[in-house]
Design a protein around this ligand. Sequence first.
Ligand SMILES: CC(C)(COP(=O)(O)OP(=O)(O)OC[C@H]1O[C@@H](n2cnc3c(N)ncnc32)[C@H](O)[C@@H]1OP(=O)(O)O)[C@@H](O)C(=O)NCCC(=O)NCCS
Length: 357
Amino acid sequence: MPVVMDESALGRRVVVRYRRTDPGAAPPLSDVVGELRAIDQNSLTVLTGRGVRTIPVSAVVTARIVAPDRGRVLDLERVAARGWRPAETVELDGWLLRANSGWTARGNSALPLATPGRPIATMLADVLDFYATRSLDALIQVPLPARGLLDAELAQRCWTITSPVVVLTKALSGGQPPAGAGAGVPVALESVLSPAWQAGYHARDGQLSEAARSLLSRHENVRFASIRTGGETVAIGRAVVDEGWAGITALEVAEPHRGRGFAVRIMTALEQWAVQQGASHAYLQVTATNSAALGLYRRMGYSEHHRYHYRRAPGERGERGERGEREAPGASSGERGAPGASSADSRPAKSPPSITP
Ligand SMILES: CC(C)(COP(=O)(O)OP(=O)(O)OC[C@H]1O[C@@H](n2cnc3c(N)ncnc32)[C@H](O)[C@@H]1OP(=O)(O)O)[C@@H](O)C(=O)NCCC(=O)NCCS
């Protein structure tokens, strides 16, 4: 195969051009587009819209990863919004206007899932009004490249940009977890947000507001994972399952206990639970600058699906309650989110409730 493709492409959307072997085939070349499910020295297995196709490596002419199309990006964003449910979600012409007393950027921003059938100026006026009414900065989460035109429009209107968040995905096999120091360490999996789990949450000085606790718990299929040693909670994570997707958030290991495999152990336990709940894929969000989390997720087999960033309305500087972006483990993000929120999610809110992670 002249173009290099290896296991790092597992779970990604690929295009494989191959030479047809049936005698007299015309045209002689054909393409297969879909998710790469397996690869070895002999063949590539691709899940296409019409089923699974296995192509011998000897027939492959080129193979490359392609960006997910706009529909897939927005579909995943819609599913991810279901996994992180703020106190208020109002649908307005295909946009979700979300508010949760300022806790996390994802919980307090507009998500433009569709192109509204009216002028952008009036749409933005409604967004400004929605957040002003709640004493929150107007923030728009912009999935890229799916909403690139909107992003350009917002830039032109001087909406300021925040650091990018990477959305990572992986196909869940339910197979063997990666070996590591944490293997065998017991993980508690609870369906309610316990005091012990909260004790492992260190964002915002470890204080989870009522708004934060409610958001973390607001899901009918959620699990809170924790590792406790000697009466201390040393690692936590949260997972939800929606429409076959596991969303992992609020991953955090207490600083003195990092580098001992606890994060891998938490992730593995949550993924195994999610598979039992029917999840075939997992997603998480992480701030692009969070190299420790990105390293962990890549080691766990995740790869980039798409990115998003936030745009803040001009004149709103986000200092109210702002602590920088951090994802609560729930959102994963580079800064450090509140567990349960991705680092990517932290956001500045106008009033006291600071931003999550
Ligand atoms: C990210 C975090 C959870 C990792 O926890 P951890 O217990 O140190 O992770 P593990 O010991 O399980 O490490 C597993 C893998 O992660 C990667 N990793 C962990 N720390 C890393 C670092 N500082 N730099 C690069 N890679 C790192 C490595 O690939 C490591 O595998 P290896 O030990 O075989 O090299 C931890 O740093 C943390 O709590 N950070 C603050 C909260 C946060 O950012 N959460 C994620 C929000 S999206």
